[in-house]
Design a protein around this ligand. Structure first.
Ligand code: NOJ
Length: 765
């Protein structure tokens, strides 16, 4: 009885807090609306248009001219300038403008700002929400300390075609995992509120479906059925928005023929009306102008008109809003109400970032400017190392090749073994290569004088001149990759010599970071040939061979894994990557990462993702046969499945038990397994729960991730893990886009990757 009363009290306290939260939110909205309406009432048409212009600040930009434009009220915000001494004069200019409307300063702080954390795929491989929150919070603290107010992140585009270079930036192929991470990123960027001095506003991108570009070719068109959109691709954006993301960046692609930037259904019907979003919407770079090339606008005037009518508030790298809106308003083609709505949302975002209260909330006072913005002491190295090692995935470990001993002689080879720029991955914000701990440096520090380390580059990234030129064209500041001019055979000979005098060989191979970047789509998923030649030569030495992979997409490494004794997937692991990799190679940290994306055997299998639809003639592993859905000249199925990753210890999962064989609507049941660490080392693993709808009103995926728990178990320890399954976990959008769970049988699977699972079933009544 007492217990019940206490519970009752807790429930009522919780609902009071919820009420307090809602009423505080309502009060905030009311105040904001009154403030914005009042300000809007004082603005001229030109000042309003000025607020919609977001300008990129580059080194070539005439600063004086920008400040004049700001003071005249013709710019609403900027991006790419990133320190207080750069941004303060611009805010000063805004304070000289007639209405003193503050500017905001944005930047692509994607996986760190100065301290660079692993790329999106690396973060996602950790399946560790605490680690991911560390990335978001540290990024926000660093960015805000450097005067930034807003980030163009998180990117939650589902990627199921690894040819797409931007696969690296996202969190993989899965809707549930990406949604969880998107939410955590938004919450950790924005902290208590985006108005805090150490928070930045999150702009979720790229709305929508950018990861589904046809053929994996960047900027290509997207064609998709509505159920697929609603079930698989849209939920991560929604999760980020529900978590409070202040804004949305609009995708560059078209959706079923209509560019996102002129897509009234997407921006108004879905985003604003259906989802209730009332933050700011920002076009991607030059996207409004691109409406002409998409073939939906005759000229710039029509492009600007389409965009503002579709609900694009801010024009990134604008020319057209500034040039065309005055004429469009004069002729009545764009209404005053349409303009005001866009301006309201921009002012609202500035209000939410706390800029009206204090335009210098993040810029601070000149006397507090730091003498060296790039000082090493400003980095968060411990956090970066911790997150980086959680995102490393052990793919192979034959005869316990790993962990290595800190003794004897170790040959370290490969074009990525000592590559500071590549450690950071693409979109490395204001990270500096000089701060990167490379694999060479990490190993050197780890072994000290206990073991001898012999280094040889062994090969260049690529032997293809056109590819080399392309990769270097991508970086404006410095050469992205530097070729060793010696012939390939000479480089290999040197590496083989190093291998012969060593007890073990560690080869760091894969992609340079520019190979997995915006506009870097590939037609193959292979490691470039010169590097494969190196691997072949190393294998021929007969020495144990450890492959350390650096790459921003799944690679088809069927041949490579046969050559190697161990394979460690490290993605691009950030500023502290070299130390993190050394921690795992030497066993100072027991790897616990799991793949957030399927590794296909070859590019021809794409798209390949674990939660594909059920079909009438499925391929059955082990039972090849005619007239089943297969590729006949290659083994089917993935090279490594979604959710896969090894540890230095072993785990067993008991048969699955369900608390009930039936589930009433609105109720829930429990699925339990006992997970045991059967090996000799303490270790973490990710226990994953999948659900399959056995027979529904439409074909449903073979399975879908619905929950997971990352747990640490001591050697020999076992633990009962319980997952609650409710009706919500079974809901989907049917062919009429009705979101509901359909009564009938469901399979539940629990396991340590998406393929090796225990199964039970129950019936939804
Ligand atoms: C273009 C990219 O598509 C987008 O992701 C990025 O945020 C903007 N440029 C700004 O740098």
């Amino acid at each position: 009885m007492k217990k019940l009363c206490l519970l009752g009290l807790l429930v009522s306290l919780a609902s009071q807090t919820a009420l307090a939260d809602t009423s505080a939110a309502a009060a905030h909205l009311k105040e904001k609306k009154a403030f914005v309406d009042h300000l809007l009432g004082q603005m001229t048409q030109d000042e309003k248009i000025g607020q919609l212009r977001l300008i990129s600040i580059g080194p070539e930009m005439p600063r004086e001219k920008i400040r004049e434009e700001i003071a005249a009220g013709r710019i609403g915000g900027t991006f790419n300038s990133r320190t207080a001494p750069e941004n303060r004069p611009m805010q000063d200019a805004a304070m000289r403008s007639r209405l003193k409307i503050p500017m905001f300063f944005a930047y692509d702080t994607i996986h760190g700002n100065r301290t660079i954390f692993p790329i999106g795929l690396g973060m996602a491989s950790s399946w560790d929400m605490k680690a991911i929150a560390t990335v978001g919070r540290t990024s926000a603290v660093e960015a805000a300390a450097d005067s930034l107010d807003m980030t163009f992140a998180p990117m939650v585009d589902i990627a199921r075609d690894p040819r797409w270079g931007r696969t690296s930036e996202g969190f993989g192929e899965d809707t549930y995992l990406t949604s969880k991470i998107g939410k955590v990123m938004v919450e950790s960027f924005q902290g208590k509120s985006p108005a805090e001095h150490d928070s930045i506003m999150a702009i979720v991108k790229h709305f929508a479906l950018y990861g589904a570009v046809e053929g994996g070719r960047d900027y290509n068109t997207v064609d998709m059925s509505l159920p697929k959109m609603y079930n698989d691709y849209l939920p991560p954006y929604r999760a980020a928005i529900d978590a409070g993301a202040g804004g949305v960046m609009v995708a560059l692609n078209s959706i079923n023929g209509v560019p996102a930037t002129s897509n009234t259904w997407l921006m108004n019907d879905l985003l604003r009306k259906e989802w209730g979003f009332n933050g700011v919407t920002i076009s991607d770079h030059g996207a409004i102008q691109e409406l002409i090339r998409h073939g939906v606008a005759r000229d710039g005037r029509e492009a600007a008109k389409l965009a503002i009518k579709a609900g694009i508030d801010m024009s990134m790298n604008d020319t057209l809003y500034g040039e065309e809106l005055p004429g469009l308003l004069k002729s009545g083609e764009v209404s005053q109400a349409e303009l005001d709505q866009a301006v309201r949302e921009v002012l609202g975002a500035k209000y939410d970032m706390g800029l009206f209260k204090d335009p210098y909330v993040r810029i601070g006072k000149p006397e507090n400017d730091v003498p060296d913005y790039y000082a090493d002491a400003r980095l968060h190295r411990d956090a970066a190392r911790d997150v980086a090692r959680r995102g490393l995935v052990l793919l192979e470990n034959r005869q316990q090749t790993l962990p290595l001993k800190k003794s004897g002689t170790i040959a370290l080879v490969g074009p990525l073994a000592d590559a500071p720029i590549d450690m950071m991955g693409s979109w490395a914000a204001d990270g500096k290569p000089v701060h990167s701990v490379t694999v060479r440096e990490g190993l050197r520090r780890a072994v000290g004088d206990k073991a001898k380390l012999v280094y040889a580059k062994g090969s260049n990234i690529t032997g293809n001149q056109a590819m080399f030129d392309y990769l270097n064209f991508l970086n404006f500041d410095a050469p992205e990759i530097v070729n060793d001019p010696r012939p390939a055979a000479v480089l290999i000979d040197e590496a083989v010599k190093a291998a012969r005098q060593s007890d073990v060989v560690v080869a760091v191979v894969g992609e340079s970071r520019g190979m997995s970047h915006e506009s870097s789509s590939r037609t193959t998923l292979e490691i470039p040939e010169v590097q494969r030649d190196l691997i072949k030569a190393l294998k021929a030495t007969g020495k144990p061979l450890v492959l350390v992979l650096m790459n921003g997409r799944p690679l088809s490494i069927g041949w490579e894994r046969e050559q190697a004794d161990a394979v460690l997937e490290t993605w691009f692991s950030g500023t502290e990557g070299g130390n993190a990799i050394a921690d795992v190679l030497f066993g100072d940290y027991n790897p616990s990462g799991k793949l957030p994306i399927t590794f296909p055997r070859s590019v021809g299998q794409i798209p390949m993702y674990y939660n594909h639809m059920r079909i009438g003639r499925p391929f059955t592993p082990g039972k090849p046969g005619n007239y089943t859905s297969q590729y006949f000249e290659e083994a089917n199925g993935p090279l490594y499945p979604f959710g896969y990753g090894l540890s230095y210890t072993e785990f067993s999962v008991s048969p699955l038990t369900l608390s009930s064989k039936t589930l009433k609507q609105g109720a829930s049941l429990e699925a339990s397994v006992t997970v045991k660490n059967t090996g000799k080392r303490d270790g973490e693993t990710v226990v994953q729960l999948y659900v399959q709808d056995v027979a529904a009103s439409m074909s449903r995926p073979v399975k879908e991730l619905k929950n997971f728990q990352k747990i640490m178990l001591k050697a020999g320890e076992e633990r009962v893990l319980t997952f609650r399954i409710g009706e919500d976990d079974l809901k989907f959008y049917n062919s009429q886009l009705k979101f509901a769970a359909e009564p009938g049988e469901f399979n539940v699977q629990v396991g340590l990757d998406s393929e090796s699972v225990q199964q039970q079933s129950f019936e939804l009544l």
